[in-house]
Design a binder for this molecule. Structure first.
Ligand code: ARG
Length: 434
């Protein structure tokens, strides 16, 4: 752009121009929207949106539905619904393998956990979904990406942050944030436009998000912190009190930090996660009633069901501890925590994430071996460990003997020096008092 002489009249005009006053450069003004890539789930919000965008913006809509291993989803039904609502096309992408290899695996290696227990399944899925939205928007000639996130959650940050980072030429609209329809108005809109509302319309259902790494439920009584979980929220994991009376031991084998076999059977990561989840679900594993600090400052409660993550992360952590030295084991959790926070906070594309992964991968090169875990009524407990890289020598660890790398005769000398500063401080301190 060339420098224009300042003219107060055009200055005023510039400020009144909506494109100059919008809060973010990537948000679309109505005149910029002519073909929209809609991230479509088939639920009420995005179904209403599919129709609403065509009407409000007089724009075409291309729908994109991403399969990240949500249990029990029928993608033919979702696609049929999108087409009936007037989508130009509905692309269904099976991204499970990419999700597992590029998003869940780094999370396993980083023992990913936000806020003491949330294994980040939603947070891991969003940057991939948004990356695919960018790819399909470009491929199908869309100028704008639309999603169904609200203005209070984390997911808007993760999706829009990804689009703004990867595709500065694309714009975003977030109708739920701006259309000021409550659930009742949405249902009325759906009825008026012949949009089927699944699961009845009597009361709002739980707000669920899931993929192969876990499921979250929000809404309804969950917002009442004094309300203990109603049984009907647990759609995935058997409640521990109903789990079998017999414990089950599972063995997970890792190579360089990646889970490669379950009970001796070599499996691809997607299948390994799905099969581990099935076993965990039966035994009531991975239920979490969690208070969480969102990126946008709100504190919220989530009910999580993470059967596969609860088992695989416990196994990975144990194997990593066995193959690392005390110093590595004290240091890595700090990086892991930073990794998890970056991912939770929607900064998947922040270079620091990959910097941290360079270290995490280096450590994980040695994380090879097998961990056995006993599952019983909601509990996971490591019971066996085996690794060629274990920094462990049964000979050295037994109580009685000396020899090899360890001399018991050397211990008193070590203790005298190890306690030096404590002894000096103690002497000063007792001198002060005396
Ligand atoms: N609290 C979790 C997170 O921020 C789960 C969010 C689930 N998303 C949803 N739209 N229901 O990652």
């Amino acid at each position: 752009m060339t420098e224009q002489p300042r003219d107060p009249a055009t200055e005023v005009h510039r400020i009144a121009d909506p494109s100059a006053t919008r809060v973010a450069s990537y948000l679309a003004t109505p005149d910029e929207v002519s073909r929209v890539l809609l991230l479509y789930s088939g639920g009420l919000d995005t179904s209403v949106m599919l129709k609403w965008i065509q009407d409000e913006y007089e724009a075409e809509v291309v729908a994109l539905t991403v399969n990240l291993g949500q249990p029990g989803e029928d993608y033919e039904v979702v696609k049929g619904k999108a087409m009936r609502l007037g989508a130009l096309d509905c692309h269904v992408v099976d991204a499970r393998a990419e999700f597992a290899a590029e998003y869940v695996l780094p999370a396993i290696k980083a023992n990913a956990d936000y806020g003491d227990g949330y294994p980040l399944f939603t947070a891991l899925g969003r940057p991939l979904i948004a990356k695919l939205a960018v790819e399909y928007a470009r491929r199908t000639g869309c100028d704008t990406i639309a999603h169904g996130c609200t203005g209070k959650g984390n997911d808007q940050v993760r999706i829009e942050g990804t689009v703004a980072t990867l595709a500065p030429e694309l714009k975003v609209i977030a109708p739920v944030r701006s259309w000021a329809m409550g659930r009742d108005e949405e249902i009325a809109y759906a009825r008026k436009h012949g949009i089927p509302v699944k699961g009845g319309t009597e009361s709002a259902p739980y707000s669920i998000d899931d993929n192969l790494w876990g499921r979250s439920s929000e809404g309804k009584w969950i917002e009442d912190l004094a309300h203990a979980p109603d049984d009907d929220v647990f759609q995935l994991v058997t409640r521990p009190e109903l789990a079998p009376d017999e414990a089950q031991v599972v063995e997970i084998e890792f190579e360089a930090g990646a889970p490669v076999a379950l009970d001796g059977e070599r499996l691809g990561l997607v299948e390994l996660i799905e099969k581990t989840a099935e076993i965990g679900m039966r035994h009531g594993i991975g239920i979490l009633d969690h208070i969480e600090d969102r990126i946008v400052g709100l504190k919220v409660r989530d009910i999580y069901e993470v059967p596969a993550a609860a088992i695989i992360l416990a196994a990975h952590k144990e194997l990593e501890r066995l193959t690392g030295t005390i110093h590595q084991n004290q240091f890595k959790p700090r990086l892991d925590q930073k990794w998890a926070y970056l991912v939770y906070a929607g900064l998947w594309w922040e270079p620091l994430r990959e910097d941290i992964e360079a270290y995490v991968n280096h450590v994980n090169a040695r994380v090879t071996g097998t961990i056995g875990l006993k599952l019983y009524k909601g509990h996971v407990r490591v019971v066996t460990r085996a690794s060629v890289n274990a920094v462990y020598d049964a000979q050295l660890a037994t109580f009685a003997e000396s020899g090899g790398l360890f001399s018991q005769q050397a211990s008193p000398g070590f203790i005298e020096i190890w306690s030096l500063q404590s002894r000096m401080a103690q002497r000063l301190h007792s001198g002060e008092q005396g």
